[in-house]
Design a protein around this ligand. Sequence first.
Ligand code: FAD
Length: 463
Amino acid sequence: MADPSYDLVVIGAGPGGYTAAVRAADLGMSVACVDRGWLGGTCLQVGCIPSKALLESSERFAEVQAGFDDHGIALSQPELDLSAMMARKSRIVDTMTKGVAWLFADKKVEYVEGSAHVPNPGRVDVERADGSTTMLRAQRILLATGSVPAQLPDLPFDGERIISSNEALSLTRVPERLIVVGAGAIGLEMGSVWSRLGAEVRVVEFLDSILPGMDAEITKQGQRVLSRQGLSFDLGTRATGAEVFADGVRLSLVHRDGDKERVEECDLVLVAVGRRSTAVDLDLDKLGVKSDDRGLVAVNGDYATNVVGIYAIGDLVPGPMLAHKAEAEGVVAVERMAGYGSSVNYDAMPAVVYTHPEVAAVGLSEEAAQEAGYDVQIGKHQFRANGRAYAMDCLDGFVKVVADAASDRVLGMHILGPQASHLIAEGVLAIELSASVEDLARTVHAHPSLSEVIKEAAWHIAE
Ligand code: FAD
């Protein structure tokens, strides 16, 4: 029998890969998608979804623990059933995994389970779990194999005491003391989960602020709020080594100022210092596919690599490692294969950190806008001046609108506050549609709603 042949073979069924496969099928291509068994990819199996499930559960636990006396609701102290909490998380993942499988079946995307290897353009070899190999012919190959947790050479993962986010999502007991290395989104989210469930959590970060790269005012206030919740921070500090002993880990830390090394003991160290692309695991250099010095695959505006017939998207290529960025690239990559002129607007790419309160950003920060030479105008409004935020008991945080005084155009929006992940959609749309600050300020917002804080922030510039 001839080897199966497709218009497109997608390698990786993460948010980038499966979305691309489905869109390509919609556009009339014959499509196969290969994955090692993680339908939904990192995002669904060990990323966005399980982390949000645990953030939601742990937030409810912390809320009930704090009590609702103020609301006139008397409660007895809650008890934690960690295995039930983990079972809920797994059910959500299972349900959504079945959703991806259903989508593939519905759209007639052939799902091939196994480990893919590309010996040459036009051919994908899939090694199955039983050791057999299936060869697929492909007019085009889209690489969407994503990323894996980055390891620090001085703190190699052992999966038990020195762990990555993969394990931090499935602990079977609450650690007494957890040290998180890395104050990025993943470190703060997982640190928040385990702190709410009772762990003493310390976050170590080499740079001088949490959430490096985000608006400085937001991160400063965000750190204050998280400290009030019980997380502690060692900024400007490098983790230089770890000694695992029977009951835990001795973690060596050095302050950037050159202080003497000090040692902190803890049950677990979570290393959350970013993720590395999987390009190296695909032996792409043997194919002649170029990548940069960080191992990210170089692509052009069509998401085509330098090797004809091979494309790449998502965490594998430069840009923020985010599920919605991978999805957007997946859709545009296959649309461009089909001759469409679509593109991804990277200026309107939201980023969210699902702590409580949430942090969300789109576009330029105040600092970046200044560096870019804009005549920067800032409009800011606090949630504590909003009636709905009072009713919700969520007074921490503010909305900051960054605008260009010359054109009145919205350049960025930064939110620390309740439901920032939802609110930021307004900023994304404003940038996507090149809205002016006056557009934001004069758009009628429902009252009472958190979105009024955005309108008020815009008014501070527009008035
Ligand atoms: P991936 O999702 O990594 O998928 C790659 C797929 O390729 C995997 O299924 C893998 O099995 C498969 N694969 C790899 N190599 C092979 C091979 N040789 N053969 C066959 N299959 C292969 N992003 C957000 O936007 N919002 C969030 O809230 C968020 N939270 C996160 C929380 C955590 C804890 C983590 C770890 C990540 C989070 N992310 C979040 C990031 C997000 O998960 C990634 O950016 C996204 O999954 C990248 O999508 P992708 O399609 O490029 O690759």
